[in-house]
Write a protein that binds this ligand. Structure first.
Ligand code: ACO
Length: 172
């Protein structure tokens, strides 16, 4: 069974290749690099015999809200030869864990083609995402997208150090 692990910088080309095999939404290599340099802990791959056979590429919101931390799944795919093994489900769960633990995320969103039965099954039925909106003509070929969202639970350490008074009170 292919293992899941955090992506390394040396995986980025293979992630890009996997994307090219699987999806019409493709990105310049610099976009993978941008994700890696900004949020490396959110990127995961699944590999077999040293070859990347699936990946999840995720990021934090470009225009962050002070109160609400939002993450976004940019892209997910698994090579046709390795589908229906539970790999995408695992990749997504690893990404969700990293969002909660390292970024203290409150929710995660993604876009998916309204016709993508496999991905909708995964997001709706397995991962309990909900449809937040339908974006008309979102894709380059004019197809509509569902914007889907899922609530997360912050599980990381608080970023702000506690106030000295609170520390003193706790010690007393
Ligand atoms: N038909 C219906 N439901 C499916 C299918 C399918 N062909 N494939 C997966 N599912 C659903 C099922 O609920 C499945 O659970 P089950 O096996 O217990 O029934 C669940 O998804 C989990 O399946 P996994 O085995 O984890 O999924 P897999 O590893 O096969 O990957 C994926 C699913 C990523 C959608 C794959 O089919 C793929 O790479 N497709 C092409 C790329 C793509 O569409 N990516 C998503 C685009 S949206 C975005 O990137 C944000």
């Amino acid at each position: 069974m292919p293992a899941i692990r955090r992506a390394k910088i040396t995986d980025l080309h293979e992630m890009q290749n996997c994307n090219l095999w699987c999806l019409p939404e493709n990105y310049h290599f610099n976009y993978y690099l941008y994700h890696y340099l900004s949020w490396s802990e959110l990127l995961h791959v699944t590999e077999e015999n040293g070859q990347v056979v699936g990946y999840v590429l995720a990021k934090m919101d470009d225009e962050p809200d002070v109160e609400v931390q939002e993450a976004h799944i940019t892209s997910l795919s698994v090579l046709r030869t390795h589908r229906r093994l539970g790999l995408a489900n695992k990749l997504m769960n690893y990404a969700h864990d990293a969002m909660e633990l390292t970024q203290e995320c409150d929710n995660v969103s993604l876009h998916v083609r309204v016709s993508n039965r496999a991905a909708l099954g995964l997001y709706k039925d397995k991962l309990k995402y909900q449809i937040a909106d339908t974006e008309i003509g979102y894709y380059a070929d004019g197809e509509n997208a569902y914007k889907m969202r899922k609530d997360l639970v912050r599980r990381g350490f608080p970023k702000k150090a506690p106030e000295p008074a609170a520390v003193k009170r706790d010690l007393m």
